[in-house]
Ligand binder design. Sequence first.
Ligand code: NAD
Length: 497
Amino acid sequence: MAQQHTFEHWQSLAASLKPEGRAYINGRYVDAVGGDTFDTVSPIDNRVLARVASCQEADVNVAVDAARDSFNRGVWSELPPAKRKAVLLKWAELIEANADELALLETLDMGKPIGDSRSVDVNATVRALSWTAEAVDKLYDEIAPTPHDQLGMITREPVGVVAAIVPWNFPMIMAAWKFAPALAMGNSFILKPSEKSPLTALRLAQLATEAGIPDGVFNVLPGFGHTAGKALALHMDVDTLAFTGSTAIAKQLMIYAGESNMKRVWTEAGGKSANIVFADADLDAAAAGAAAGICFNAGEVCTAGSRLLVEDSVADEFMEKVRALVAKWRPGHPLDPNTNVGAIVDNAQMERVLDFIQIGQKEGANMTVGGQQVMPVEGGLFVEPTVFENVNNDMTIAREEIFGPVLSVIRFSDEDDALKIANDSIYGLAAGLWTNNLSRAHRVARKLRAGSVWVNEYDLGDMTAPFGGYKQSGNGRDKSLHAFDKYSEIKATWFKL
Ligand code: NAD
C-alpha cells in the first residue's frame, strides 16, 4: 500500500522505471506504422517519461482488422461466460500484483498524488474488472410472453468491435469502466488513451495477454484525438464507440458516427455540479465535503462539486469553515505519500485554470483562498486550490467547466431558489445536497436533473451503481449491470411451434 512506502522509496522506484511507449496490437507491442512518436512528459518536473507511438489512421486500420478478426474467429466472443470471467479475474489479480508500478506510472504521467493512484485508481480498476467478471456468468436472457404456439427468445449478443476514447484524469479507471463490461460481454476492444496519459493503458495491455486474453481482443492505440481518435470514430468497422471526455468532443464524435457507419456512441462528458448546503445541515461535515469535492484530484474530476450553493442564513459561518479546510489542501510532491494535491496534467490545462481564475476576478467575484501557481517541485505545474465567493450563476466561472481546483460559491435564499440555480446549467452529471430534513432531502434529490445525487456526502460511488449524465453530460451509463447495455445488441428470435 502507498501508505507503507516512503517518499524515498517511491522516488527510487520511479528512477528505475522504463515505461513502454509502443502501441499494443494483436497481442504485441509495435511501433506506429509510419514510425511517428511523441514524448510523454511528467507534469511533476517536466521530465520526458517515454517516447510514445503516435498512432494514425493506418494503425487504426491494423488494430480494427485485428479486433474484427479475433471477434469473428470466436476465440473470445464465443467462450462460455464463465471462461471469460476466469480470464478477467486473472487480469484483475495481475493488476493487483503490479499495483505499485501502475500507480507510479499514473502519478508520473498525469501528476496525481501517489497515495490516490495506489488506493483509488488501481483499486477501482481491479474492482471494475472483478465485479464485472463476477456478474457476467449470472446474467440470463429472456423469453417473451408470446402466444402458446410461438416462442420468442430475447438474447443479448456482443456488438463486435468496441473502441473507447478516454481522458487523462483517471486514465485507468475511465478505461476499465468501459473495457470491463465490453470484454465481459465478448466484444473485441480498442482503447485510445489520452495523449496526456498513455502509459498505464500500455502496461495493462501486456497484463491482459498474460492473463489469457487472446491476441487481437484488447488493443491499445496511443495517439492524439485529431488523428487516432478521429480515425477510430470515423472507421466503418467499429460498431460501438464509448467515450469519456469533454462535451465539445462528445458532440464531435456523434457527428463522426453520423458521417460514417452510425456506430453507437456512448458519451460520459463534462460537468458543473452543484453541491447544495441547507442551513439545517451538519455544517462541519458539509464543509469537509465541499472542500474535498473541489480539491480531490486537483479538481480534475468530472463530478467535482465546482458550484457550492450555500443558504444565506448560514453562509458566513459556513464559509469560514470551508476556507480553513480548503487551505489544508496544499500542492506538494506527488510522490510524497502525504501529498493531497498533485500537479495539473500539463501546461495547457494549467494555463486554462489560471485563465479562469483571472476571469473570475475580472467579473467581480471575490477570491478568498488561493489563486496562485506554486512550485513545490522545480519545473512542475501546480495551482493552489482557489475559492471564489459572491459568485452569481451567470458568471463564466459558474457556467464553464474549469476542470481544476477552483470553487465558485453562490448563495441562495430558499429551496426553490437552490433548485433553480442548481438546474440552471447545460450539464447534469452530479449534484450534492446537505440537510438533516429527510423530506427535503427526498424532495430536492428528485428535482435535481443529474445522473448521480449525493445526500450528506459528496462523490460516493461503487461498481454496484450506475454512473453517467443527464443533459449535455452524456448518455448511457457506466458501471453496474446497466453498463452491459452499451456493449450488447438485443436480438429477438421467433419460433413458430
Ligand atoms: P477531451 O475531450 O479533450 O479528450 C478526451 C479524449 O478525446 C482524449 O483521448 C482525446 O485525445 C480525444 N479526442 C480529442 N479530440 C478528438 C477528436 N476530434 N476525435 C476523437 N477523439 C478526440 O477531454 P480531456 O481534457 O481529456 O478530459 C477532460 C474532460 O473529460 C472534462 O470535460 C471532464 O468533465 C470529462 N470527463 C467526464 C467524465 C464522465 O464520466 N462524465 C469523467 C472524466 C472526465
